[in-house]
Design a protein around this ligand. Structure first.
Ligand code: MG
Length: 282
């Protein structure tokens, strides 16, 4: 039977609590990202964080694309795709009003400090700069849902956004754009929290880092695997397993076919598609 980690074309991963450890990225986790990139395993960051972060991450990190704002903003090598194109100022006013009303009902909650860098998704802080209990976060979620928004909590924020987009749909769009198909079997998804649930359900090869156990009972869909270690160290385990399988595969191939694999037809056609996309955008 093929290993769970064999033939992984790209790793889609959450950011907070999955790549970060205690809120920051460890040197060893960043090194794991770089090692995947060197081995031609693309990494796509999938987060509820602002579009501003998405833009910065794609420019600075060795990643192929970023899905930000819970699928509302996609950053590809050549362009940004926003899920809401019309009526954005009015939507933001409505969201700010809902956030203010929610914060009045749940003492201590406030708009996340990174809100100015968002486009279509906003977040109330419950566990980043403020520290409320889970019950308070749940009350925020329920209130925002009552106002007609989609709302879900991450390890730090309660994100909310208008219906019409989500992370899984955005991941499929990225897979189509970068790899030429939206069948998610060639990919791995790594996450840690409730807001990863649709991705644990949608990616046949999904992995939770060990801290996912904290929300295990609440999860409607569980990851297929759970790492031994938590947060960024858990991601490093996944990267090592993917790269280990690659090395094993390369070692069992005769040298010529290994060289061919490095410039496989699939990779060539993906490059051609990207070039075509770039030409279109000029
Ligand atoms: Mg997370």
């Amino acid at each position: 039977m093929a290993s769970f980690y064999a033939d992984v074309r790209a790793v889609f991963t959450d950011l907070d609590g999955t790549l970060t450890t205690g809120g920051r990225i460890l040197p060893s986790t960043y090194q794991a990202l770089a090692a995947l990139a060197v081995a031609n395993v693309s990494v796509v960051v999938v987060t509820g964080r602002p579009a501003g972060w998405g833009d910065a991450l794609l420019r600075l990190w060795p990643v192929a694309a970023v899905v930000a704002e819970n699928g509302g903003a996609i950053f590809l090598p050549d362009r940004k795709v926003l899920a809401v194109r019309r009526g954005l100022p009015a939507l933001r006013r409505r969201m700010a009003a809902a956030a203010a009303a929610a914060a009045r009902r749940v003492p201590g909650a406030r708009l996340a400090r990174d809100t100015p860098y968002t486009e279509v998704n906003m977040a109330l802080d419950w566990n980043e700069d403020v520290h409320l209990d889970v019950a308070a976060a749940r009350r925020l979620e329920a209130f925002l849902r009552g106002r007609g928004f989609r709302a879900v909590r991450s390890s730090v924020h309660v994100n909310f956004w208008p219906p019409g987009f989500d992370k899984l749909t955005a991941c499929r769009a990225v897979a189509r754009e970068l790899f030429g198909g939206d069948d998610l079997r060639p990919y791995i998804y790594v996450g840690d929290a409730l807001n990863d649930e649709p991705l644990f359900a949608g990616f046949p090869r999904s992995v939770g880092v060990a801290n996912v156990r904290a929300v295990w009972e609440e999860l409607g869909a569980h990851p297929a695997r759970v790492t031994r270690r938590a947060e960024g160290r858990g991601f490093e385990e996944v990267a090592a397993a993917v790269l280990g399988q690659r090395a094993k595969r390369a070692a069992t191939r005769p040298p010529r076919s290994a060289a061919r694999a490095a410039t496989s037809p699939a990779m060539k056609s993906s490059t051609a598609r990207m070039r075509a996309t770039l030409r279109r955008s000029r």
